[in-house]
Ligand binder design. Sequence first.
Ligand code: SF4
Length: 319
Amino acid sequence: MSAPRQESPDDSTPDSLPAIAADLLAWIHQNDERAPAWFLDRGIVSPEMAAALAAAPAPRAPAEVTVSPVTAEPAATSSAADDATPAAAADPAFAAACAAFVAQTLALIDREGVPAGGTLPSDPLLAAHGGDKAAALAALCAEVLPCTKCALNTTRTHTVFGVGNPDADLVFIGEAPGQDEDLQGEPFVGRSGQLLTKILGAIGYTRDDVYIGNILKCRPPGNRDPLPAEVEQCEPHLRRQLAILRPRAICCLGRVAGQTLLGTDASLGKLRGAVHFYAGIPVMVTYHPAALLRNPGWKRDTWDDVRRLRALVDALAAR
Ligand code: SF4
């Protein structure tokens, strides 16, 4: 049996105040006015935090962007890629690296002839509901909720189908529901869900702008990793979701989600910073928010990842 996932929000270590302050300053440094607005406008700056902010060291220099090895050709100039997102625009060095990453990715998509919207055949439910994605997803959800295809149906409290905007450009995918998600029937709630909401805010999204789901729809006992047989049984549900959603891009949250969706055993370090494809849909992989609760030092890399992701989505939308 696999070891319990590290991402469990229940046993995460709270950030120390100086670490939070340093992270916050880095966040503000790396992003536009949304970040301080997100933090300061919520009125959660205590006198202790104000003191920690004053004592925190200056933010580090922006990280270099790593480009996927499969995008090794020189980048072509792209007008879409030149339109850096607001989050990247505040940091010229990062914006330039981000634009290069996007241009190389678009060049790869063009060279490989990857079709917009991916290669998944349209789900019959979409036609049955006249192209209404929300209605088709609701119908699919009604099919999936009582699913008994694997043994996890005997231990779940709720089947966690997914939530969000049916017309979202971007879909976030985790590996499986945790305890909070199982109890509430919604993905990414609790502390990790709150952090995901903040990460989305840093790139100008709310939870209502994107769609959020998991590879497995039912919680594995003890938050263990999904078993191959469970993935085999449940993945068709996800494929049908994606065949209805047809997003411009997918972001896998965590190693297990990335490995499982992409069918690889590559490390998270190898998966991050590169563009992959799932049925023709561009996929990026970053840290699971709950892992960030345990390892706050990974937050800066995550913010870089999601800013590149946002730039890629914007470039794809502009085509
Ligand atoms: S995990 Fe997926 S396949 Fe297994 S019972 Fe739940 S919905 Fe069905």
